[in-house]
Write a protein that binds this ligand. Structure first.
Ligand code: NZQ
Ligand code: ZN
Length: 391
């Protein structure tokens, strides 16, 4: 196991009706003038926004609002949010929504207290200072409620890029699984695919003897495989929603990624798809991951076979471990299909003629230097080959 430090100071508040306590937590973490940031309207329609505002009113906390965050959040609204926060003297950002809203909130939080262009952070500058952030989560997916990361799309060039730093860890996150019951089945399933992808990105490692994190990841994957079909069949299954929601947090706050090299090429490959076609991130990953696995299996076939045996219940073929590894990848494909995820470029709405452009941007765009991936280092040609496997 590699040396590591791990500090994840977010205060989690989990369970039914907890959003009605939002004001109390904003106050506890020092907020007196809040920006409430939200998406395209689901939180208005569900009445959640009104409940959150009532809880702020109860604590005598004033606020301004900025809605309109799109899935795959854009830089334009971030600039607008930064201007608003400066003008209004906002000292706390409250994200009410999914990963896109949280990520946009994080970008505003960092940009408001920074003299330069907030995009510098999305070119690699670590985020140290930001306004404090709180979240009320409405979808189990991105893990942004516990992660030090944010992903924004810059409209100029349509670069979708991530920024990271301890300044991005939310001060508190409120997770009420019942809030996810209004999700369309497709968004629920895309969230499941994203959570599983966050686990795969960490599972495929070059670090030896990381049994504890291997086993935690496998347990979380088994949870997703067990619970996801329940919520697809019955969107109001609170217990299954609860298990998925906490798994989503654990999958990405890095408790199961410490002490080991990680990969993340599949996320880079997917981010090109959601930048170009505006597809749901999780749906893109459902297409990317089986292809990435097929292409890179030879780097450590025993690790792929281990996943197949421990998570998918495949029989180990000691004479031909590659066969076992492939059976695991096929099981993953079948699982994604069974929950309604796309399986190829066409189903995703992607086009063959864009492959070379996307492969180039993934490896060289926005300051990248040619290779992506920590488990398997991929060139532009490798990335194009992986896109071709998705046809
Ligand atoms: O905008 P509204 O109207 O709220 O609708 C949203 C949106 O259309 C809807 N929705 C969310 N909660 C709902 C709901 N509809 C009904 N009922 C509810 N309870 O779902 C749609 C998707 O929302 P979004 O916030 O985009 O979903 P998600 O959480 O999957 O976030 C995706 C974004 O996160 C980034 C992705 O790249 C993508 O841009 N990621 C962020 C990460 C991070 N910060 O750590 C890591 C991830 O790997 C990921 O890259
Ligand atoms: Zn993701």
């Amino acid at each position: 196991m590699n040396n590591f430090t791990f500090y994840s100071p977010t205060y989690f508040v989990f369970g039914k009706d907890q959003e009605c306590e939002t004001g109390k937590y904003v106050k506890r973490f020092g907020g007196s003038k809040v920006l409430i940031h939200y998406g395209g309207g689901s939180v208005v329609r569900s009445g959640l926004l009104d409940r959150v505002k009532a809880s702020l009113d109860k604590e005598g906390i004033s606020y301004v609002e900025l809605g309109g965050v799109q899935p795959n959040p854009r830089s334009g609204l971030v600039y607008e949010g930064i201007d608003l926060c400066r003008k209004e003297g906002v000292d706390f950002i409250l994200a009410v929504g999914g990963g896109s809203t949280i990520d946009s909130s994080k970008a505003i939080a960092a940009g408001t207290v920074y003299d330069g262009d907030f995009w510098d952070y999305y070119m690699g500058k670590p985020v140290v200072d930001a306004l404090p952030i709180g979240t009320v989560l409405t979808i189990a997916a991105a893990g942004s409620e516990g992660s030090p990361d944010s992903v924004i799309t810059k409209e100029e060039g349509m670069f979708k890029r991530g920024a990271s730093g301890e300044g991005f860890r939310p001060k508190f996150s409120i997770l009420n699984p019942a809030l996810t019951q209004t999700l369309p089945a497709f968004q629920t399933a895309a969230g499941v695919a994203d959570i599983m992808a966050h686990l795969f990105e960490r599972y495929f490692t070059t670090t030896k003897d990381v049994e504890v994190t291997d086993r935690v990841i496998e347990g979380l994957l088994l949870t997703m495989i067990n619970e996801a079909p329940k919520v697809i069949a019955n969107p109001n299954d609170y217990e299954a929603r609860a298990n998925i929601m906490w798994a989503g947090m654990m999958a990405h706050n890095n408790c199961c990624g410490v002490g080991r090299a990680q990969d993340w090429a599949s996320h880079d490959i997917e981010h090109e798809l959601s930048a170009v076609y505006d597809c749901a991130h999780g749906a893109g990953l459902a297409v990317v991951f089986p292809a990435w696995m097929t292409y890179n299996m030879h780097h450590d076939v025993m690790r792929f076979a281990q996943l197949a045996v421990r998570v998918w219940g495949c029989q180990m073929d000691f004479a031909n471990p590659e066969k076992t590894a492939k059976a695991g990848i096929e099981a993953l494909r079948r699982f994604f299909k069974s929950i309604g995820m796309p399986g190829n470029f066409e189903e995703l709405g992607a086009k063959e003629e864009d492959i070379e452009m996307m492969a180039h941007t993934a490896c060289y765009g926005n300051g990248r230097t040619g290779h992506i991936g920590g488990f398997a280092s991929l060139s532009e040609e490798d990335v194009a080959n992986i896109y071709r496997l998705m046809l």
